[in-house]
Design a protein around this ligand. Structure first.
Ligand code: ADP
Ligand code: ZN
Length: 353
């Protein structure tokens, strides 16, 4: 088992990584008088026995939600808070988020508001959640007006990453997770990019030696960025590489065509071309990135989405204001910088896609 520390002063916490570590759960958890496990039906179906065994004698209740993004609503928040009251959770109790990003975001949000905040533990079960959403303390709920429009910064007590849980993950979800993984290589760590290139097929076969190393390195990067900028005032913005265009196409296709990580892969592909056109990176480096992205087998064809709509949607993003659009773009090996384009410039870019 490996440990990565998230250094946030009094809010610091460890991330434990290893295959099969769920069985050591009682050792890895801090003390609490009661636990509420929040999970979804798919994860519960696959792992309820394993989890029950891992929890052993600990006093716990379980709430199982419908899988998918539609559960990330205030209606579900109401239901979870109700279950917390019913389970008689106190300030000495803790929540266990056992699932993908949806479960982690919801459980984190509810933990941050129940009795003005109780402890929670992340046990992420998707690659995306293991390398991205379970680390850093962003919680979120969707509202009519947009995704993640309500949320808090609220750090977990511990993150427990059992990589063996990925063996049952559908290939498409794995590819989506690789989107955020490749992102770390581009924004922060050129050696990681080479490592991903080298071990690409090993991740799909869940070969644990490279997979554990991959996840550890991604968590280290996320932990480092979050430690330096917990509340996204500066450095943390680099995590948005690929997300400017990615968010736009996700929204314009009604969140039905792409998983988040797939949209990020497409976003990174075109934003890399933009960086190349702007002369920020060499053609050779741009090609290296885009060849790696293409190895996922995901189609980069978005020609049926009108360019006008993409430009308008990027301008409307909550991270942009005053008609200018912020892009994080690669500028060299393991390096990125923020550039702002006017909507006219962005439109020109989109038309050339
Ligand atoms: P993400 O982590 O990508 O944000 P979700 O929380 O929506 O996404 O999870 C994606 C899907 O994968 C859901 O249908 C969820 O039930 C399923 N899932 C989560 N973990 C596993 C796993 N270890 N094995 C199989 N399916 C899983
Ligand atoms: Zn993302």
């Amino acid at each position: 088992m490996e440990t990565v520390a998230v250094d946030l002063g009094e809010k610091s916490y460890p991330i434990y990584i290893g295959e099969g570590i769920l069985s050591d759960l009682t050792v890895l958890l801090s003390k609490a008088d009661k636990w509420l496990v929040i999970t979804d039906e798919n994860v519960d179906h696959l792992y309820s026995e394993q989890l029950a065994k891992a929890l052993g004698e600990l006093p716990y209740k379980k709430l199982t939600l419908v899988p998918g993004e539609s559960s990330k609503s205030f209606q579900t928040v109401e239901r979870i808070i109700g279950a917390m009251v019913e389970a008689r959770l106190t300030r000495h109790s803790a929540v266990i988020a056992f699932g993908g990003g949806v479960i982690g975001d919801l459980a984190g949000f509810c933990s941050s508001i129940y009795m003005r905040g109780i402890s929670y533990v992340q046990i992420p079960t998707t690659l995306l959640a293991q390398v991205d959403s379970s680390v850093g303390g962003k919680t979120g709920v969707n509202v009519q007006a947009g995704k993640n429009m309500a949320g808090t910064f609220y750090q977990p007590q511990v993150v427990i990453i059992d990589t063996a849980l990925l063996e049952t993950l559908p290939i498409r979800e794995l590819t989506a997770g690789l989107g955020e993984v490749i992102k770390y290589g581009i924004i922060y760590d050129y050696e990681l990019l080479n490592f991903i290139e080298h071990h690409f097929s090993d991740f799909y076969t869940c070969s644990f030696t490279p997979l554990n190393e991959l996840i550890r390195r991604c968590c280290e990067i996320k932990a480092d960025v979050v430690a330096k900028d917990e509340c996204e005032n500066g450095l943390r913005k680099i995590l948005n590489f690929g997300h400017t265009l990615g968010h736009a196409i996700e929204t314009l296709t009604g969140y039905r065509r792409y998983l988040h990580g797939e949209a990020v892969l497409i976003g990174m592909y075109y934003e890399t071309l933009l960086a190349q056109k702007m002369g920020l990176i060499s053609e050779e480096y741009g090609q290296k990135i885009n060849t790696l992205i293409s190895r996922t087998g995901l189609s980069m064809d978005i020609s049926d989405i009108p360019a006008d709509d993409i430009a308008r949607q990027m301008t409307a993003d909550k991270k942009n204001s005053d008609g200018v659009i912020s892009f994080i773009l690669p500028t060299g090996q393991g390096q990125v910088a923020e550039y702002t384009l006017t909507s006219e410039q962005a439109l020109a870019f989109v038309y050339e896609l």
